[in-house]
Design a protein. Structure first.
Length: 238
């Protein structure tokens, strides 16, 4: 019995380790993807694609392992939350890797046109969401709920930067027609980084629930839920 419990604990630890591993890969992919643009190095796209294959393999392994643990061990309480959270988090991080691939390809397209004028400081936005990602991985492992709360709060900074860059790029493209190709792609890359921040927030909320059993919903998501909720008001009769 003790051996079975030991094996079970090792499987749970393996799931947590896999989450950190795929998260670290995703962070590295974001670094390389942004470097395609900032360092004007299209060759890095190949490395990003290679790392994406690694992330996909970890995603598949975690899903397979988690399903087997649920089916064979019938976990409850914290163990069950740990397994279901791993299932959700690995998918969130895999999507971050997909965005890194998209950003790298955007950089490669811009470079093929021969111009990359760095209309906005995209590295600043990338560093913001990458720091969020590293912090959420630490919080996932340590159970530091205050750190997880700070990760969620940091998304406001990422959103603010995105909105600044979005407005500036649109204004620049309106004034200078020769910036439209690069500007449009940079705007898309900035949007992808903003979405990376949203996925990190989802991971933080899931990790918070795993460690506490309580739901923590970001103000941004709560506002969105309120705005999209169906109205209960009855239309006035004419």
């Amino acid at each position: 019995m003790a051996q079975l419990r030991s094996d079970y604990s090792e499987h749970l630890a393996s799931l947590r380790s896999a989450i950190v591993r795929i998260g670290t890969i995703a962070d590295h992919m974001l670094d390389e993807a942004i470097s395609v643009i900032t360092r004007r190095n299209a060759d890095l796209t190949v490395d990003v694609l290679r790392h994406d294959d690694e992330a996909d393999a970890i995603d598949a392994d975690v899903e397979r392992e988690a399903v087997l643990l649920i089916a064979l061990q019938q976990p409850v309480a914290f163990d069950l939350r740990s397994i279901t959270t791993a299932l959700k988090v690995v998918n969130e991080i895999e999507r971050i890797g997909d965005y890194a691939v998209d950003i790298a390809k955007i950089g490669r397209r811009i470079l093929r046109r021969g111009k990359c004028r760095h209309l906005v400081d995209i590295a600043r936005l990338a560093n913001c969401v990458r720091e969020m990602l590293r912090d959420v991985l630490q919080g996932f492992v340590s159970g530091d709920t205050e750190l997880l709360r700070r990760v969620i709060a940091a998304d406001d900074t990422a959103d603010e930067l995105y909105h600044q860059y979005r407005d500036y790029l649109i204004e620049t493209m309106e004034r200078q027609s020769d910036t439209v190709y690069e500007g449009a792609y940079l705007l898309l890359a900035c949007k992808y980084l903003e979405r990376v921040g949203d996925h990190v927030v989802n991971v933080a909320e899931d990790a918070y629930y795993m460690h506490t059993g309580e739901f923590l919903v970001s103000e941004k998501k709560r506002k969105w839920q309120t705005e999209t909720a169906p109205s209960n008001e009855t239309p006035a009769k004419e």
